[in-house]
Design a binder for this molecule. Structure first.
Ligand code: SF4
Length: 324
């Protein structure tokens, strides 16, 4: 069995940790609940932290001539500066983390679908954007995995998020004392995962880890980490995943019957047509890697990038829109 690191994730407290919403409610989220066994959560409620109690009048984001302000309804209190001060204190002093899961649509925590109003009157929102705290998180940590619980319902977005936080956590656990040979091993075990994400970055990371110039290890680690985050910034395309699957088949195909190979190619085609999730052809390769004790494939994180328990239920993921 593969050992997994525990990613460190900052999460909005109202997603199952505390009844801290403006009306005293909590919004337990099934996925966040499942994740609790596998990650180290730091739960925060920015509105509580700036002294707005529970219950409280709700706040909204107002566009005041191009400047976004966080204003409490009823009291008309502008709490933007309080929120920015809190965000600065929290985010500057944060231990290294791998990602964030923030509450969708919240004027404080939202990351893209917060309603922006033209004023405090009863008017329709002008547009959507990030909330005040969420925008600061996005600005300070552009390379981390940052999502809201609403987007994580989508299987592909969730898979991408999980692949990133577990890869970042694997590297973070290595980082403080990593030697060149640790980087080379990390590169080797994550090679196929990175190949699916970005061939260009994979090549660059290979050069950095080889350290032919003999640079100080701290410099090498920093540069390698930057490229790891960059490599995994965009979701891999289906075609790239198919290339990796076909590449993996090459390592086990000598021991397979014609029917087994045909069955595998059929599942790959169904994945290409979005009739099966990636986990189906991957499970086949994994079982053959175990059967043939395939020493190159077995340690590859692409085979099992995060614990199986976090995989969406097959069928549920296929039925809904798979596109982010
Ligand atoms: S969305 Fe953010 S600020 Fe609002 S209750 Fe949840 S954690 Fe607190």
């Amino acid at each position: 069995m593969r050992a997994f690191p525990r990613p460190r994730i900052v999460v909005s407290k109202c997603l199952g940790f505390d009844s801290c919403r403006w009306n005293g409610a909590m919004i337990p989220d099934e996925f966040v609940g499942t994740l609790r066994r596998f990650v180290e959560f730091t739960a925060v409620c920015p509105e509580l932290e700036i002294g707005l109690g529970v219950p409280r009048n709700p706040v909204r984001v107002v566009d005041a001539k191009g400047s976004l302000r966080l204003v409490q309804q009823g009291t008309e209190r502008d709490v933007t500066e309080d929120m920015m001060r809190y965000a600065d204190g929290l985010l500057s002093g944060l231990q290294p983390v791998d990602g964030f899961i923030l509450k969708s649509r919240s004027p404080s925590c939202g990351i893209k679908d917060t309603r922006i109003y033209p004023g405090m009157e009863k008017v329709a929102a002008m547009r959507t954007s990030a909330g005040i705290f969420g925008a600061e998180v996005l600005r300070r940590f552009p390379s981390l995995a940052i999502e809201d619980e609403g987007r994580l319902i989508n299987d592909r977005i969730r898979d991408h998020f999980l692949k990133r936080v577990f890869a970042f956590a694997r590297f973070r656990e290595l980082e403080p004392t990593a030697r060149i040979r640790d980087l080379v091993q990390f590169q080797s075990e994550n090679k196929l995962l990175l190949l699916a994400y970005s061939q260009k970055e994979l090549r660059a990371m290979g050069h950095i880890a080889a350290n032919k110039e003999g640079r100080p290890i701290e410099e090498v680690r920093d540069e390698y980490a930057k490229h790891l985050h960059k490599a995994m910034s965009r979701m891999p395309k289906d075609a790239a995943n198919v290339n990796v699957l076909m590449h993996m088949l090459g390592f086990v195909s000598d021991g397979l019957s014609g029917d087994e190979k045909a069955f595998f190619l059929d599942t790959v085609q169904k994945y290409r047509l979005e009739r099966l999730p990636l986990s189906v052809p991957l499970s086949l390769i994994r079982s053959w890697a175990i059967r043939f004790d395939q020493k190159y494939l077995l340690p590859q994180s692409f085979l099992e990038p995060y614990p199986d328990e976090l995989n969406p239920v097959v069928g549920r993921g296929v039925a809904r829109d798979l596109r982010p």
